[in-house]
Design a protein around this ligand. Structure first.
Ligand SMILES: *Cc1c(COP(=O)(O)O)cnc(C)c1O
Length: 355
């Protein structure tokens, strides 16, 4: 399929790359493509960034049939632009599509479309330290219809947003509340899918945690409320003695690409790396016996997010003395060095964009 390119008449002023926030500024162009049962995915085009006009009955607004992805384009010191494991994002997008009864997309075509969009928007990839161009591919159900069924028509689009470091406070440990009242997802549900409903469903617990002074919620499993799942919208790692542990993928945890990359690096470095069930009690006991060394989250937005404090019921524990631990630092540095091209990519994770 050939991608039509319609350039914007007037370009927005580029933001000052040293004072970027997260997710508030969008570039001049977007990629759009439509789906109908007769034509399949068709009419791929890069066109000026614009609102999507829709009927108030459009199904996505009522029944939440939608999926999305999140990845970044990085500016290297040489001035080139590169992506980190983008094929994994499009593979996961298709897995999310399956779970939400959305027709799958050709992941090779999507990667090509993304690269063409980035070539058009190359000036928007910022170069200040720790900045990047956040990429949000999205699919939404478009039938104007009230009634619960899968939509017939869909829109796929990609928008781009220049971003700074995720946490305004920088690479500092966050405070986490382990929630006993709420669950994020259950096995057999759509916890593995990056679908808007999961995030809407997390707001109540997140807001309650914020009111108590915590940055994020740590979710326990939806059945026994005993085993650790994720933290906020990140996967989570524990360092207990010399073992690095992350919850195994069990159907309700998101398959994080940063998670997968941390595991791969840990194995490359010959650390004892386990994907297994880990209960909140095991974490508390490890803390009490002095074996809990570090806790950190992993995700595209923040890369690695060290945890300095954990509250569980009436227990409050400090991790790594409330400081950034050596493992969190090591993974953060290794991953960002590859992403920004400061170190050679021996893992085969980087995809160059021709600009
Ligand atoms: C996106 C996301 C993650 C992290 O995935 P990455 O591919 O590492 O960015 C983890 N948990 C949830 C719930 C997410 O939405």
């Amino acid at each position: 399929m050939k991608i039509e390119i319609i350039k914007a008449d007037r370009l927005k002023p580029l933001p000052d790359s040293s004072s970027l926030g997260f997710g508030t500024i969008f570039t001049d162009h977007m990629f759009n493509m439509d789906y109908s049962p007769e034509k399949g995915w068709h009419n791929p085009r890069i066109e000026p960034y614009a609102p999507i006009i829709m009927d108030p009955a459009t199904m996505v607004l009522h029944y939440g049939q939608a999926v999305f992805e999140g990845l970044k384009a990085y500016r290297t010191k040489k001035g080139s632009i590169q992506l980190f494991r983008p094929g994994e994002n499009f593979k996961r997008l298709n897995r999310s599509c399956q779970l939400l009864c959305i027709p799958e997309l050709d992941k090779y075509f999507l990667l090509d479309a993304l690269k063409q969009l980035l070539a058009v928007e190359k000036n928007w990839v910022p170069s200040a330290p720790e900045t990047s161009l956040y990429i949000r591919p999205t699919v939404i159900a478009m039938d104007p219809f009230l009634g619960v069924r899968a939509s017939n028509e869909y829109r796929f689009y990609i928008i781009l947003s220049p971003v700074g470091a995720y946490y305004a406070a920088g690479f500092n440990p966050v405070k986490i509340l382990v929630t006993k009242e709420h669950v994020r997802a259950v096995r057999g549900g759509v916890g593995e899918a990056k679908t808007p409903g999961n995030y809407a469903a997390s707001l109540y617990a997140g807001t309650s945690a914020h009111k108590l002074g915590y940055t994020q919620v740590l979710w326990l499993d939806g059945i026994e409320q005993k085993y650790i799942e994720e933290v906020g919208a990140m996967n989570i790692f524990f360092v207990i003695d010399d073992e690095i542990i992350t919850p195994a993928l069990n159907g309700s945890i998101l398959h994080g690409i940063t998670r997968d990359s941390v595991i791969a690096l840990a194995r490359e470095w010959r650390y004892k790396m386990s994907e297994r069930r880990i209960s909140i009690d095991e974490v508390m006991e490890a803390h009490d016996s002095g074996k809990l060394k570090e806790v950190f989250g992993s995700g595209t937005a923040a890369v690695i997010s060290p945890v300095g404090e954990l509250r569980y019921g009436d227990r409050l524990i400090t991790v790594s003395g409330g400081q950034v631990g050596p493992m969190a630092s090591k993974f953060f540095k290794a991953l960002t060095d590859i992403q920004y091209g400061r170190e050679k990519d021996t893992m085969g994770w980087i995809e160059e964009v021709n600009i």
